[in-house]
Design a protein around this ligand. Structure first.
Ligand SMILES: NC(=O)c1ccc[n+]([C@@H]2O[C@H](COP(=O)([O-])OP(=O)(O)OC[C@H]3O[C@@H](n4cnc5c(N)ncnc54)[C@H](O)[C@@H]3O)[C@@H](O)[C@H]2O)c1
Length: 452
């Protein structure tokens, strides 16, 4: 199947794309790689999707789904057998601070997806909704036929709007559409703004962790593999408009969840008990009988098992990131050492007695330094893609400038000499992960566009 997954670099999108690739589907991912949370985590997820080990093929289009023309182009690239819309501005509390991000991504963006499905067909449109739509409902477990007209955050309101928009498009244009109300999803490669991630980080750092409503919260925590299993089963069963809960159908007290994290980490948490936060609901629990009747599946991973898998991933992933950072530093030291050796050789080759410092000596030194830098980039940063190419080009420019200045007769120092030094600084900026370097890296990965 050829499947469009929006939000493919996100937590759930990454797991879903992984699963679809394993079974041999062609996955076109769309993600704008926004900085709502650590972009390197999104990039690391993408790197795994691209490693080519799975049967299926993956390509990413870096685009904002609120960009009408970009979405139209994606749908124009060929018919999709299914479209799974996971791209959204997620998070309840952030919607109070930054409401426009929610309307742009979740309402305008979703309309663009609906329009794409309308004009190009979509086999089956599956889209993410949330348990937050139950808002002020207090009758647990939440069933799909309960009233959801009383959301208490703009995030929930946009997701409820998605359900209504999808219903009207499904009715008008005959698009099979299924909305999935996810209940607090957790697991490896999770979202850093969610409780499990924050608690794990805080406990390991020995910091007090913020516990809202003084711990009197109840959540239906759902392991990400169960969410993915539910989505895949739903994708394969298109039908006219439906909405399903996907939850673990269990009430877990927040304090029990924290105890499971402590147990997995082997370390006790320090708690900072805080009042309830605006926009949050006190309790959730899913009734999943409708999902089970339609797909024969209901989530079942116990919280202790899922939390342990998250903690194992976290312990493996973050030291690896730190090791990579440490590795870069080590290479920098090695490079500095080589630079010193180079300087000593250069000085020992110059005629005795050492000539007085002159423009020519100075320039020759620069040329050697640039040449050495090129060699160093080649061995140290082979995986930097376009950054490496740009750094090479800048080095070559530096060498050219130095030669031009060297060949100019009767030279004296001038401000113009600083131009090539500026080139040297630019090389550093490109490579050091500055906004310029990151922008180049983004251009690099957006080169992979869908084939028409
Ligand atoms: N994780 C949960 O507990 C949970 C619960 C209920 C509902 N959901 C919904 O499930 C979906 C996936 O959530 P997640 O936890 O994986 O979140 P996530 O933030 O990790 O993933 C969303 C991805 O979409 C991308 N994105 C955001 N806005 C975009 C835009 N305008 N254009 C293109 N890409 C955009 C982001 O860069 C991100 O990679 C979301 O729709 C979310 O609202 C999640």
């Amino acid at each position: 199947m050829r499947i469009l997954v929006t939000g493919a670099a996100g937590f759930i999108g990454f797991h879903l794309a992984t699963r679809l690739l394993e079974r041999g589907d062609t996955v076109v991912g769309v993600d704008d790689m926004n900085a709502y949370y650590d972009v390197t985590l999104k990039e690391a997820r993408l790197a795994r999707l691209r490693d080519g080990r799975a049967k299926g093929t993956f390509e990413l289009v870096r685009a904002d789904i609120a960009d009408r023309a970009a979405v139209e182009k994606v749908f124009g690239s060929g018919r999709f057998d299914a479209v799974v819309n996971l791209a959204a501005q997620a998070g309840v509390r952030y919607s109070i601070e930054n409401p426009h991000a929610y309307i742009d991504a979740n309402v305008v963006g979703f309309l663009n997806i609906l329009e794409g499905a309308r004009h190009h067909g979509a086999g089956h449109l599956v889209f993410a909704s949330t348990s937050s739509v139950y808002g002020l409902n207090t009758e647990l477990p939440f069933r799909e036929d309960q009233n959801t007209d009383r959301p208490i955050s703009l995030y929930a309101a946009t997701k409820k709007a998605n359900e209504l928009m999808a219903h009207s498009y499904s009715h008008l244009f005959g698009i099979p559409a299924t909305g999935l109300r996810f209940f607090t999803v957790y697991g490896p490669w999770g979202r850093p703004d969610m409780a499990l991630f924050k608690f794990t980080r805080g406990i390991l750092a020995g910091e007090a962790i913020p516990v809202f409503n003084e711990g009197r919260m109840v959540r239906d925590f759902t392991y990400v593999d169960d969410i993915v299993e539910g989505i895949v089963r739903v994708i394969d069963r298109p039908a006219a408009f439906r909405v399903f809960n996907i939850g673990n159908h269990q009430r877990v007290e927040l304090m029990a969840y924290i105890r499971a994290i402590e147990k997995a980490l082997g370390k006790q948490a320090r708690l900072e008990l805080l009042p309830m936060q605006a926009g949050d609901v006190a309790a959730t629990e899913a009734d999943t009988s409708a999902l089970e009747a339609a797909t024969g599946f209901r989530p079942a991973t116990p919280v202790e098992v899922g939390v342990k898998r998250f903690v194992d991933w976290y312990r493996e992933y973050y030291p690896r990131v730190r090791r990579m950072e440490a590795g870069k530093l080590r290479r920098l030291w090695i490079a500095a050492g080589w630079g010193f050796v180079f300087l000593v050789i250069y000085l020992s080759l110059t005629p005795e007695p050492l000539p007085a410092p002159s423009v020519d000596n100075f320039k020759t030194g620069h040329i050697l330094a640039y040449s050495w830098l090129m060699l160093w980039f080649a061995q140290a940063y082979l995986k930097l893609g376009i950054r490496l190419v740009v750094a090479f080009a800048l080095c070559a420019l530096g060498i050219g400038l130095e030669y031009a200045q060297l060949l100019t007769p009767h030279r004296t120092f001038a401000y113009s000499d600083m131009v090539d030094d500026a080139v040297g600084v630019a090389i550093g900026l490109v490579l050091a992960g500055t906004p310029l370097g990151n922008a180049l890296a983004r251009i690099d990965s957006s080169r992979r566009r869908p084939t028409a």
